[in-house]
Design a protein around this ligand. Structure first.
Ligand code: FES
Length: 295
């Protein structure tokens, strides 16, 4: 194929996600009608990006220590003194409701000899280090040490717990290690409008499943943001989730979207082979299995 033949907006040639919306008998939310797919290049990514320790070091320095990251939900820390522990790379962070309308985040590290101030989430009236007993208020102010005569060279200001930036949106609590990072809402940008009808702030965690996988973070992130694998990896969902015609958008430097239609068969199947009753049955049996695994 010559460079001229190169299709920079490579797309599945059959029915698109937007075509599916056209068939909908009900009004479609405006945000689902948006399409923004700027061409950003098609060069291969070197495998070293997933394996090179130096590359990972750069990712930590330039991304993880500078980006907003979701640490917990507000309903996980409903009362003053409730706190969660957020851990990323080799950092541990206390996310605490320090006042009824205030959430703060501190490095979970004692300023004396660096012991973690807490190892489990919970509720505290103050953060007292379990090693020698240095103690801080919930807002990070230094409270006391067991032998102040040994620390006369230190002021309360010097002993203030180092703090991270905190932002909330839709009931989620975000933290940022970079004190000069852009405000959260500036980064979230269009997401706020996209989710205006979903009222995420009224949602809650019903159950939480997590798994630590020994790989570069991009391997997992990318596995869950593309639909190309679906027909081969889990063909059982092809009757009720679309795949190769998923729509991908890039709305800003920070916000992207991958969207697939539910209750619709894969365009790789012949629709005539998938009656609506089959779609419904498969959706319900999958859901029943998911919930029966939990309850
Ligand atoms: S390490 Fe925390 S009080 Fe000494």
């Amino acid at each position: 194929m010559s460079q001229q033949d190169f299709d920079v907006h490579a797309r599945f040639k059959g029915e698109s996600y937007q075509d599916i919306l056209d068939r909908d008998s009900r009004p479609v939310p405006e945000c689902l009608r948006l399409q923004e797919a700027p061409y950003l290049g098609s060069e291969s990514i070197p495998a070293e990006h997933y394996t090179d320790p130096q590359r990972f070091k750069l990712e930590v320095e330039k991304m993880w220590m500078k980006t907003w990251q979701m640490a917990c939900r507000l309903e996980e820390i409903p009362n003053v003194g409730d706190f969660q522990i957020y851990e990323i790379i080799d950092q541990s962070v206390l996310v605490v409701r320090s006042e009824s309308d205030r959430v703060q985040a501190f490095y979970n590290s004692c300023l004396h000899r660096g012991r973690k101030l807490a190892t489990q989430p919970g509720h505290k009236a103050e953060f007292r280090c379990p090693f020698h007993g240095f103690c801080w208020q919930l807002n990070g102010d230094f409270k006391e040490s067991p032998s102040p005569w040994d620390y006369q060279h230190l002021t309360d200001e010097m002993l203030q717990l180092p703090e991270l930036q905190v932002g909330t949106w839709g009931g989620f609590v975000f933290v940022n290690f970079d004190v000069s990072a852009k405000p959260l809402m500036e980064v979230i940008g269009p997401l706020d409008w996209h989710f205006k009808d979903w009222h995420l702030e009224d949602r809650f965690i019903k159950y939480h499943v997590a798994k630590v996988v020994p790989c570069n973070w991009k391997v997992i992130a990318e596995a869950f943001m593309e639909s190309q694998h679906a027909p081969i990896t889990h063909p059982q969902i092809m009757t009720h989730v679309t795949d190769v015609n998923s729509q991908y958008d890039v709305f800003s430097d920070y916000v992207t979207r991958q969207i697939s239609a539910g209750a619709e068969p894969s365009p790789l199947l012949d629709r005539r082979d998938v009656p609506e009753s089959r779609i419904l049955d498969d959706m319900m049996s999958r859901r029943y299995k998911q919930f029966s695994d939990v309850y």
